[in-house]
Write a protein that binds this ligand. Structure first.
Ligand code: SAM
Length: 273
């Protein structure tokens, strides 16, 4: 493998993910993190922040569809959503399928700029007239909102650096205040195999501000362990029960997948009890 280039992600102390690289498209240090985009024969374009895979052309829809449509389809009439993080635009693209007005609050403009250039199928959504992009810290942004959103999504990077403050109880309490009655907050809550501590922290943090906190799972091949968790806190609707049909054109989410995603394996049910 002399002159081959591989992108390697350190997923745990003793485990790495390696993806063969056919070209380095972008590499820069922003005010917040390393922003890298590589082209790969197997996964298309791959975005990494501080060495962590964020999104790839191959499997981004597995993540963005399961993050977006579970809460959006469980709410009978969502009109406005907030995305914290999500600078690649994939989640915004999915939320627009519900006809929502979407505010995106991304702390690092360098991620938006790189995504517009190298992930047009995701970041093209940011030019939709229903979308407002704020380049700001989501923690401060949410604290200024009162009963403004039906859905709030925390599509953040790992709970380190700028993302750390998005995983604490105080933040979820401000998110509850920013929701309209009957609203829901959804957070990506990392791997149930490798990051059980983070998942527990998200659930405990949400429990401080919400009566109903539920975790569901979905596969994302390039994320650590290939199984990802999402945690949803609701002020009313049952997040496990779709009440509206799925938008057209989806490649992963279906109402049956939605319902099944809440059936947790025995080890996880026990660990989260
Ligand atoms: N889908 C990816 C995942 O689950 O790993 C995350 C997508 S997106 C690229 C993550 C974004 O969260 C990054 O662009 C990062 O800059 C942003 N972010 C981290 N902390 C933030 C904060 N406090 N406020 C707003 N955006 C933040």
């Amino acid at each position: 493998m002399g002159d081959e280039i591989w992108f390697t992600e350190q997923q745990t102390e003793d485990l790495r993910l390696g993806v063969r690289v056919s070209g380095v498209l972008h590499r820069a240090r922003s005010a917040f993190q390393d922003v890298v985009v590589v082209d790969t024969p197997s996964h298309g374009h791959l975005l990494a922040l501080d060495g962590f895979v964020q999104t790839t052309d191959l499997d981004e829809h597995c993540y963005h569809e399961m993050l977006a449509h579970v809460a959006a389809s469980s709410h009978d009439m969502p009109r406005r959503a907030l995305v914290i993080g999500g600078g690649d635009g994939g989640l915004v693209r999915e939320l627009l399928r519900h006809g929502l007005a979407v505010d995106l609050c991304e702390i690092d403009e360098a991620v938006v700029t790189a995504s517009r250039r190298y992930f047009p199928a995701l970041a093209g959504s940011l030019d939709d007239p229903r979308v407002t992009v704020h380049i700001a810290d989501g923690i401060a942004f949410v604290a200024q909102q009162r009963q403004a959103f039906d859905l709030i999504y925390i599509d953040s990077s790992e709970p380190v650096g700028p993302g750390e403050g998005l995983f604490v109880p105080a933040f979820y309490r401000t998110a509850a205040a920013a929701l309209r009655p009957g609203g829901m907050v959804v957070a990506q809550s990392e791997s149930p195999f490798y990051n059980l501590d983070v998942l527990r922290r998200v659930r405990a943090g949400m429990a401080a501000g919400f009566p109903d906190v539920r975790t569901y799972l979905g596969p994302v091949p390039t994320y650590p362990s290939g199984t990802w968790s999402y945690t949803v806190a609701s002020l009313g609707p049952d997040p496990s029960a779709p009440v509206r049909p799925a938008p057209a054109g989806l490649r992963f989410y279906t109402p049956d997948v939605h319902r099944a995603a809440f059936a947790l394996p025995a080890f996880l049910r026990e660990a989260l009890a």
